[in-house]
Write a protein that binds this ligand. Sequence first.
Ligand code: SF4
Ligand code: SF4
Length: 148
Amino acid sequence: MSIQKKSKNKKKTEGADCRDCNGLCCRYFALPIDTPKTWKDYDDIRWYLSHRGVSVFVEKGDWYLQVDNRCKYLDRSHRCRQYPLRPRICRTYHTGDCEKAGDDYGYELHFLNDRQMAEYMRSRFGVNVFQRLEKIKVEKTVRRKGRS
Ligand code: SF4
Ligand code: SF4
């Protein structure tokens, strides 16, 4: 599993100045997730997106879950309190294509909340996609009754 910080889809520049930044790249982390295939997979992602501070984006065909939560080592002056011991992922991140460097990320898809995913699911699987959830509920009820 490769955890990552986000990179802008742009030409490399000389790089942003970290001294002039409030530590944008230290305020989240992103994890790769399986590419959804079925409506159930998308519905699981809708559940992720029901949580505060969670978003999902697609970059170069790969899906990522992002959690907005600042690193505990980012101090009030937006400096790293464990700079000499900062993890590898922080050491290898380049200012040339970081958050501060400008431009957008060029994501193929970007979901900020569950409502956006619900809309996407309707466009992909039909407006009645959520009736399937009702069906699951009914099936469970019938099964429970069948046991008694
Ligand atoms: S790498 Fe970019 S986003 Fe991170 S602190 Fe430096 S300028 Fe800010
Ligand atoms: S360890 Fe330091 S450089 Fe890495 S995310 Fe935390 S504050 Fe930022």
